[in-house]
Design a protein around this ligand. Structure first.
Ligand code: IFM
Length: 686
């Protein structure tokens, strides 16, 4: 399907997010050829990080190889002379296109362009620009590589060398990594000049014509991935634009065969679903050792870091549609186990405490992750120190990947992740001698507004589950991989009994007489108010609600699904408990994180709350189509796309609408067909 935006003057930041293309390693924001850093143009990278000075480390935005500006009969084509403009993204084939008509004095010029990434060779970004006039005109085109890029904490590179024919730049980042962009152009005319000035390396064309087409092939290089190849081979063997176009269509056709969900419903959710799954497809890294950041490839917010979003919200999609990607994503955690062990030790514990915001396994989360809107001062936040549920999220996901792929290699290598995560919880816990139980004190659950709480139910149950999976994983190994089992049992012989003790003794807050699980000790005693009421108390719309002084801190208002998330993930609670907690926590939930809606959607399905389920589904599926999600935490910009909400839409359909949950579809949905790598499922309303 196609997402279309009309009119030249739209919100470029928002369109840039929405009309994004990508191939897992690179992304290109939905911007126009003539745009620059002020319009947030970016050729984004997955996990190619750099730090400038003391500011946050973030992924590098590459030099932009698709820059172009035009004059016709001496007048610049600019926003002042736009007569018509439309731009769109086709989710069926990952092609961005635009058409702009410029009317200047004596001539009308139509600029059409399209662009897409190669999905076969991730180093290739391909574009075609056609300029056609209603009569012959003198066209002056300057096009090439813009090195003056959009950054939050840049600049991230300096230019070492520039060459012409083809245009090429070679740069070094502050951390000493290298990147290069080479732009090869096919055009019936030769450039009259080329130069490097004002941060741009450009070819200049001057022709008298009615129409001119430029085919542009950008070959990208980053020294962390392309170790022994600087792209020369690729450049020497470039195919034609149409060949790449056909290859691209074929790739996408195959991809959608395993991923497409067809939905017939009242509010035409097909586009929202297509777009959600499209995002998950374009964010899937093409090589192992990488994972998906919380904002996908839409920019540098959240430091391009990997959160629990990947394991808890995205991996389920890949497990059904692209098992290799699911395995690669969990391998990212297996590969970074050492860093998690190091983090645990830094905090005085043993085992594995994974990074809350992972950049290659290292925690990028700052101690001061929010800025106070009133004072401009950094606010001490505890996401990194206390959000210990991250290790359990990874362990639970790892076991799920093993179970669904049946790849014993994952368990052989992942068993240490399970054991180390479980051991971390044992060492992190406090044994309460009076109550005779292990407790996890001073933690931060999924609801980030209440920091440093005791016995968060989600955390305790998930830590328990981790211990169970570690023991189960060992048992499984003993049957499927006896040699590895013997080896591991020997290495962990002193640790396994501790994990077992923790498993038996960890405090699991039970539902009370009303079926309610308390989110953390003391939660029920907090002020009983709602997000709506809290909004009235705000002195600034961008004020941060959590932390020590936030409006939500002393109240029951929570940022996102917490107990409800627990009830979704661990399928061990009876329906009456699901019902009681859904009803209880709903009025307190702000849905201030895009992760929240889908948890409520999945639970609503289980509870046969069909209307609710449909509403939550629409919200999660439309998050990025409607430009939703918070744009600021305090005064910190956190905009971009929300792949976890996209994964949440997928989970709602597959785990909710199609599973044992609903006996029949919500009234608003006529039918749903889900294609996966192995099967096709169809459900029609009774
Ligand atoms: O992982 C989430 C977290 O749960 C809430 N804040 C945003 C993060 C990234 O999406």
């Amino acid at each position: 399907m196609t997402i279309t935006e009309n009119g030249y003057g739209g919100d470029r930041l928002c369109r840039g997010d929405k009309l994004i293309i990508g191939n897992g390693i690179y992304g290109y924001r939905g911007t126009l050829e003539e745009n620059g850093k002020n319009e947030a143009v970016a050729l984004t990278t997955c996990s190619f990080y750099d730090r400038r000075g003391d500011s946050w480390r973030e992924p590098v935005n590459m030099p932009n190889p698709l820059y172009l500006r035009v004059k016709a009969n001496g007048t610049a084509l600019s926003k002042e002379n736009v007569a018509y403009h439309t731009e769109s993204l086709n989710t069926d084939n990952g092609v961005f296109s635009r058409c702009t008509v410029f009317k200047i004095k004596d001539v009308t010029v139509t600029l059409k362009s399209e662009r897409f990434f190669s999905q076969i060779d991730y180093r290739l970004l391909i574009s075609k620009v056609t300029l056609s006039c209603d009569k012959s005109a003198e066209m002056e085109i300057a096009d090439g590589i813009d090195l003056d890029v959009w950054d939050i904490n840049g600049p991230h590179f300096t230019t070492d060398s520039v060459s012409y024919n083809p245009l090429s730049v070679y740069c070094t980042t502050n951390e000493g990594k290298h990147l290069a962009v080479t732009l090869y152009e096919k055009c019936p005319y030769k450039p009259v000049n080329a130069d490097f000035s004002n941060g741009k390396v450009l070819n200049f064309y001057k022709v008298f014509t009615k129409e001119i087409t430029l085919e542009r092939f950008a070959v990208l290089y980053r020294s962390d991935l392309d170790k022994c190849d600087d792209g020369k081979m690729l450049l020497n063997n470039l195919k034609g634009y149409d060949d790449y176009y056909k290859e691209n269509l074929k790739w996408w056709r195959e991809k959608w065969k395993c991923a497409k969900i067809e939905i017939e419903d009242e509010r035409n959710s097909q586009l929202a679903l297509d777009y959600s799954l499209y995002q998950l497809i374009i964010y899937a890294p093409k090589v192992s050792g990488l994972s998906i950041s919380a904002r996908g490839l839409s920019g540098q917010t959240y430091k391009g870091a990997v959160f629990w979003d990947t394991e808890m919200f995205m991996i389920p999609f890949y497990l059904k549609t692209d098992k290799n990607t699911a395995k690669n994503l969990i391998r990212y955690r297996i590969d970074t186990l050492d860093k998690a062990k190091q983090k645990a030790r830094e905090y005085g514990y043993e085992g594995a405490f994974y990074a809350w915001e992972s950049q290659d396994g290292v925690d990028a989360c700052s101690d001061f992750n929010v800025t106070d809107v009133f004072t401009g001062r950094p606010v001490r936040t505890y996401f990194k120190d206390k959000q210990i549920h991250i290790s359990a999220d990874i362990a639970v996901s790892l076991y799920q990947v093993y179970k669904e792929t049946k790849d014993i290699g994952i368990l052989n290598d992942g068993i240490e992740v399970l054991l180390e995560c479980a051991y971390f919880y044992y060492t992190r816990s406090y044994y309460n001698h009076i109550k005779k139980r292990y407790e996890l004190l001073d933690v931060l659950g999924p609801d980030e507004y209440h920091e440093r709480v005791d016995n968060n139910a989600y955390t305790n149950y998930m830590a328990h589950e981790t211990a169970c999976l570690a023991i189960k994983g060992l048992k499984e190994l003993s049957k499927k991989s006896p040699e590895r089992y013997r080896e591991i049992s020997e290495i962990y012989k002193n640790i396994i009994p501790k994990i077992k003790k923790f498993k038996e003794g960890i405090y699991l807050p039970k539902p009370n007489d009303n079926g309610l699980i308390e989110q953390f000790s003391g939660y029920f005693k907090l002020e009983d108010t709602t997000p709506c009421e809290l909004k009235k108390r705000l002195k600034d719309p961008k004020e941060y609600w959590g932390g020590s002084t936030g409006v939500a801190t002393a109240t029951r208002v929570i940022k996102q699904a917490d107990v409800v998330m627990l009830l979704c993930v661990l399928k061990r609670f009876p329906l009456e408990v699901l019902k009681a907690n859904y009803e209880f926590y709903l009025p307190y939930t702000e849905h201030g994180s895009s992760l929240s809606y889908s948890a409520y959607a999945r639970l609503a399905c289980k509870l046969q709350l069909k209307k609710d389920a449909y509403e939550w589904f629409i919200k999660t599926a439309r998050t990025d189509l409607d430009g939703g999600g918070k744009k600021y935490a305090g005064s910190l910009y956190i905009g971009g796309t929300h792949p976890a909400a996209c994964g949440g839409a997928y989970l709602t359909v597959t785990e909710g609408f199609l599973s044992d949950g609903l006996n029949s579809l919500p009234d608003e949905i006529n039918s749903i067909t889900v294609n996966t790598q192995t099967k096709k499922y169809k459900l029609k309303r009774n």
